[in-house]
Design a protein around this ligand. Structure first.
Ligand SMILES: Nc1ncnc2c1ncn2[C@@H]1O[C@H](COP(=O)(O)OP(=O)(O)O)[C@@H](O)[C@H]1O
Ligand SMILES: N[C@@H](CCC(=O)OP(=O)(O)O)C(=O)O
Length: 378
């Protein structure tokens, strides 16, 4: 396998000490390895946490402050410091870098999503290593859950990366939380399917500076593998671990960390955006016939198969599709929740009579839909 385009995510716990002071040897070693990978002819994007941790030291906090505004203040102070340090090391090793601050809601907006792609692609074409972090000043949820893991996965789908390496303070995913003083834990070296059993293994954060723990890394792995990107969780602090991980992955070995394999083909960029970046605003529940048509026969959703509508949404909004028990997909609707309430169960040629006007035959067209079990879409 050839991994040309690689996204590397590094956690706060790898870049800083428990007291919030930055670990310069670690940042130096990471920068050197990133430039080595670039000099091997690869395209590299770094998603780096560590702004809050860097700011903690600067503003005199020994522990992560409890309030979100204080954490945001730390991030604002720390982000500049962090990027300055990366810049220094990258320049020393002969590479250029750029700062990109981005939030999940930026990626929900189709134009911003495509703008982010265009900027990243142009930077890569110039041989620059983009350094991405969440724009912590304007978000609160991401700070609470440590969304850089999922942000890195979304970015890896956005740029159509071949590999996402998530460097952490653990060697990979264990069959239990090492934080909970579990003994005799086993490292899972390869995950072919992210089953419920795998999800249950993941617990919360392990250090005073990390956020989200293994839970957010498993969520990230789901996004990555469904976007056609292999993801590896590996030890950030082990000497030359990043170089070793990339070499190992190219040789299809599984000696270091945990590798999440891609089971399916990459979703198209538009379907990735719909599936992983757009939060649903409502739910449409369909009958068994419609569920079968969507799951097995690649059909669009017509009003006749709809039994229930939940939430309030407009035409053009994203919704989930459920068979009443399980979520079977996601799509963008051609009718509002009020309109669907009126036309549900009806034949498409009755829409005009019921509403007094006609928009589209389908409530959700196949092109605007991602269905979980539908192999040809992955
Ligand atoms: N099953 C598990 N296997 C490995 N680590 C786990 C597991 N469950 C929870 N963890 C915790 O997740 C931590 C890594 O996540 P986190 O603290 O957010 O670090 P980072 O800053 O690298 O994102 C580990 O230190 C570990 O304590
Ligand atoms: N944006 C925050 C990091 C949030 C986060 O995801 O942290 P981590 O779990 O260390 O990757 C910061 O730079 O401090």
């Amino acid at each position: 396998m050839n991994f040309k385009r690689i996204v590397v995510k590094v956690g706060s716990s790898t870049l800083s000490n428990q007291n919030g002071k930055l670990n310069f040897s670690q940042i130096d070693a990471l920068s050197r390895q990133l430039v080595d990978l670039k000099n091997q002819g690869r395209e590299i994007i770094l998603v780096s946490s560590g702004a809050i941790a860097a700011g903690m030291g600067e503003l005199g906090y020994a522990n992560k402050p409890a309030s979100i505004p204080e954490q945001q203040a730390c991030a604002a102070v720390g982000q500049g410091l962090l990027v300055g340090i990366y810049n220094k090391f990258f320049r020393e090793y002969g590479a250029k870098s750029a700062q990109i601050l981005i939030t999940s809601s930026d990626l929900e907006n189709r134009n911003r999503y495509l703008n982010a792609f265009n900027t990243l692609k142009t930077l890569i074409d110039h041989g620059v290593i983009p350094v991405i972090n969440e724009n912590d000043t304007v978000v609160t949820n991401e700070i609470k859950v440590g969304d850089n893991d999922t942000l890195a996965a979304r970015v890896s789908g956005l740029v159509e990366a071949d590999l996402l390496v998530n460097l952490s303070d653990v060697s990979g995913l264990y069959n239990g939380n090492p934080n909970a003083e579990n003994k005799n834990l086993k490292l899972i070296s390869k995950v072919e399917n992210i089953t419920e059993e795998i999800e249950k293994m993941a617990g919360g954060r392990g250090s005073k500076v990390g956020t989200g723990g293994m839970e957010t890394k498993i969520e990230a792995a789901k996004i990555a593998v469904n976007s056609g990107v292999v993801m590896i969780i590996g030890p950030g602090k082990e000497k030359n671990s990043l170089l070793k991980i990339v070499e190992m992955a190219e040789n299809e070995k599984f000696d270091l960390g945990t590798t999440f394999l891609t089971a399916k083909e990459r979703l198209s960029k538009r379907k990735q955006w719909l599936n992983f970046n757009l939060p649903p605003l409502g739910k449409i529940i369909v009958d068994q016939g419609a569920a079968d048509a969507l799951l097995k026969r690649g059909k669009s959703l017509l009003p006749g198969g709809i039994v229930e509508v939940e939430g309030e949404f407009n035409s053009g909004d994203p919704v989930t599709i459920s068979d009443g028990t399980l979520e079977i997909g996601k799509g963008i609707v051609n009718y509002s929740s009020d309109e669907i309430e009126k036309i549900k169960g009806a034949h498409s040629n009755e829409i005009k009579k019921i509403l007094g006007y006609f928009n589209k035959t389908e409530v959700i067209h196949r092109d605007n839909m991602v269905i979980g079990g539908d192999k040809d879409e992955y």
